[in-house]
Write a protein that binds this ligand. Structure first.
Ligand code: GMT
Length: 374
């Protein structure tokens, strides 16, 4: 197939999933065209089947807000025509699904029919999409998509709850490349961070309020009172200065490392004993899956789709949002040397359910079914 993929090119989960999907499809012989405003962060593969088309937005003094959606729609029209695409797969509803709708209508006037598939990732529904500023457009463009997928049962249910959706939404969970995300021997790295055999706790996120990074820090501060441990924080975002301040207030700066955005997060996960994800909302929790693939158990909230991934009492524990003391108790239980090996093994076992080789064929079938229905 000739597939167009539209996504956010950043480190965010939806962009990562879209990019990894495109790479996997290209390796299977499909021709994949990324259409976005900059090179996707993880598009690190050179393959004859992979193409990247940049959306250029001309500047003009009148444009207080550059009309990205229009430039994107025009680029989609151009690429679908020139590259003779079979399907357009847009990740994240806003504004990709509505831009795809416009592109589809324009192409129709030129006698070209292109099926559009929209994948819902989470915040496009649970946070931003529900806002009255976007809701009518989100509802419309989901209903106008030829195929709709969501990354968890929870997100599917929430989409039906909050929007007037007439379309069937198929759940296709996120996936992981187990060749890349696997526990690597990084003993020297572990010794450098925790020379006295401290337990290593890790959190990865975009440091937005929804991630509750303050809970991560408070959990760690209490775990640290019980057992020697260190906290590694990967990623960056608006809450980072507040979190640095909180570490100072709690007097734990020496045991917390802010590592910023990393390309090879699997190297940090390879030395971790526990992953913390206390999010307020989380449609799937890709960062937790990456940890699990590296044999790291997870203490998380029970928000959204997380319990579909992190099996309570097996791969870690899920607790109510904000239940810091309960998360501390569960973290200490897992970090006990009697329990840790079991949780690590279970985390890896669960991650294999989301192996890229199992999930990508589901997308291929979905593309084919959607194309055939045209
Ligand atoms: O979590 C974020 O803030 C980033 C966001 C995104 O759109 O990139 O992530 C969402 O999509 C990921 C990939 O499907 C999911 O793993 C995340 O759970 C989801 N985030 C939320 O629902 C908050």
């Amino acid at each position: 197939m000739r597939i167009g993929i539209v996504c956010y090119p950043t480190f965010g989960g939806s962009g990562v999933v879209a990019t990894e999907l495109g790479k996997a499809l290209a390796l299977k012989g499909h021709q994949v065209h990324f259409i976005t405003y900059s090179q996707p962060a993880r598009l690190d593969l050179f393959n004859e089947n992979l193409f990247y088309h940049e959306v250029y937005i001309p500047s003009y003094p009148l444009f207080q807000y550059p009309p990205y959606e229009l430039a994107l729609a025009s680029k989609m029209v151009d690429i679908v025509r020139f590259e003779k695409l079979d399907v357009l797969h847009v990740h994240y509803a806003i504004p990709h699904a509505s831009a795809a709708y416009m592109a589809k209508q324009i192409l129709r006037t030129k006698g070209i029919s292109i099926p559009v598939i929209t994948t819902l990732h989470g915040t496009d529904i649970t946070l931003v999409g529900k806002d009255a500023s976007f809701e009518p457009v989100v509802t419309f463009s989901i209903n106008q998509s030829d195929g709709v997928t969501a990354v968890s049962d929870s997100l599917r249910a929430e989409t039906y709850d909050y929007f007037q959706i007439e379309k069937d939404i198929q759940v296709i969970p996120n996936f992981i490349n187990l060749e890349k995300f696997k526990r690597q021997k990084k003993e020297h790295f572990r010794l450098a961070i925790g020379p006295n055999n401290e337990k290593l706790l890790v959190h990865t996120s975009n440091f937005r309020a929804v991630k509750r990074v303050d809970d991560v820090i408070r959990i760690f501060a209490k775990v640290r009172q019980q057992i020697p441990s260190k906290l590694l924080l990967v990623g960056d975002g608006p809450d980072r200065p507040k979190m640095e301040k909180l570490c100072r207030e709690l007097g734990i700066c020496n045991d917390v490392r802010f590592l910023g955005k990393l390309d090879a997060v699997e190297e940090v996960l390879s030395i971790a004993d526990l992953f913390l994800m206390p999010s307020e909302k989380e449609s799937f929790g890709l960062a937790a899956l990456e940890a699990m693939a590296c044999e790291v158990p997870v203490v998380s909230s029970n928000a959204g789709g997380i319990p579909e991934l992190n099996i309570d009492g097996v791969t870690g524990f899920t607790c109510p949002v904000g239940a810091v003391d309960e998360m501390v108790e569960k973290a200490l239980y897992i970090l006990d040397d009697e329990n840790l090996p079991r949780f690590k093994a279970n985390a890896l076992q669960r991650a294999t359910d989301f192996d890229v080789d199992k999930i990508v064929p589901i997308y291929e079938d979905f593309y084919q079914k959607t194309i055939n229905a045209q």
